[in-house]
Design a protein around this ligand. Structure first.
Ligand code: MN
Length: 373
């Protein structure tokens, strides 16, 4: 029996992780559920999965479990004796738990790309122990098992292109339209990042750190069918790709079962029905964040963190209707121009860069008054 702790259990990744657990009761036991607050959904999950520990950031009271909360509770959580922590936290609030789990050398499967990107400069020596859940990285992780690192010529991450890759103008896009992803059902932050292609930019940096590959060996292509998730090109010209329907339960199940594979009830991929696979070059003029992200990755130092935080704050402002869709890259670029942080050498340095970027965002936002020309 493998014990699991699910961080961000009420979110999109967390809920789908619990679906996979439900189908593997004889193999998996949930020992911990963690969420930001007590909700009906969390209480339902506790009732069904009977974890020994529950963590809620805000605290509160729940009968029948050992309840952890706040900063201290987070430290305790990261020390629990659990075989695999599944990190489904969205965005930068996942940085601290990701860091603590790595520090304590806990086995972690993670979908929290923001944490991987922000902690890359200071924790990359621990990344070999992480199992990726992000679908493209799970695909590459699987394909890499067919060869050795020195045989890798390149990895290619695919992007559906989001809802607008074919659109004429991005000027009047509403949060509702941007949240309506054509292929994947995901949380809000990652859906907006997919629409701006920032998601692919973050994933390029994520791949750089996770697989310890230089940026010139990491590419991204638009693949609207979203059936191939990632490709490894080897030095003999062979390309090994992982294909499946776009269903996050597949990479989650692989992370939970690794190094085995377990049966999962999924819709079979209908190749004949699909008919064709298409690939396009991303339009970097229309979606500047892809190129900006790659540049931040190459520059390294504080830049990946500044980029991640600036984007998250800009996305939140867009979701609240405060800025336009096209102002997301604009505001991120402005912040990157102003940023002047030294290269982080510790977790504490990363936290200072995050706080500094939040201040820069406030300043930048004020200068433009929510109305960026
Ligand atoms: Mn992804």
């Amino acid at each position: 029996m493998r014990t699991v702790g699910v961080l961000g259990s009420t979110g999109s990744i967390g809920s789908q992780t619990l679906q996979v657990v439900r189908d593997n009761r004889e193999r998996l036991k949930v020992k911990l559920l963690a969420a930001s607050k007590i909700s009906q959904k969390l209480l339902q999950q506790i009732k069904e999965f009977q974890p020994e520990y529950v963590y809620v950031a805000e605290g509160g009271e729940i009968d029948g479990v050992k309840l952890l909360s706040g900063e201290e509770g987070l430290e305790e959580l990261a020390e629990l004796d659990i075989d695999l922590f599944v990190n489904g936290i969205a965005g930068i609030s996942g940085i601290k738990p990701t860091y603590l789990l790595m520090k304590n050398r806990k086995k972690q499967a993670t979908a929290n790309k923001e944490a991987i990107v922000c902690l890359g400069e200071v924790c990359k020596d621990r990344y070999g122990e992480i199992i990726p859940i992000d679908s493209e990285h799970s695909a590459v992780f699987q394909a890499l098992r067919t060869g050795s690192k020195k045989e890798v010529k390149k990895v290619i991450l695919t992007a559906s292109g989001g809802p607008f890759w074919n659109a004429d103008s991005l000027e009047k896009i509403t949060p509702e339209e941007a949240l309506n992803h054509p292929k994947w059902k995901m949380g809000k932050k990652v859906s907006i990042d997919s629409a701006t292609l920032m998601n692919k930019g973050l994933e390029i940096i994520e791949a750089h750190y996770l697989f310890d590959l230089p940026y010139e060996k990491i590419d991204a292509v638009i693949h609207p069918q979203s059936v191939i998730h990632g490709i490894v090109e080897f030095i003999d010209g062979s390309m090994v790709a992982q294909m499946s329907n776009p269903d996050m339960r597949i990479p989650i199940s692989y992370a939970l079962s690794f190094p085995e594979r377990w049966k999962l009830e999924t819709e079979p991929l209908d190749l004949i029905g699909l008919g064709k696979l298409e690939f396009f070059k991303p339009d970097e003029k229309k979606f500047p964040l892809l190129q900006i992200a790659r540049e931040c990755g190459i520059k390294g130092g504080a830049y990946p963190t500044v980029l991640t935080v600036a984007d998250e704050l800009a996305v939140n402002s867009f979701l609240k209707g405060k800025i336009k869709f096209t102002e997301i890259p604009y505001i991120v670029e402005k912040i990157l121009q102003k940023a002047d942080f030294k290269k982080p050498e510790s977790y504490q340095d990363v936290i200072e860069i995050i706080e500094g970027t939040k201040r820069l965002f406030q300043e930048t936002y004020k200068t433009v008054g929510g109305k960026i020309a």
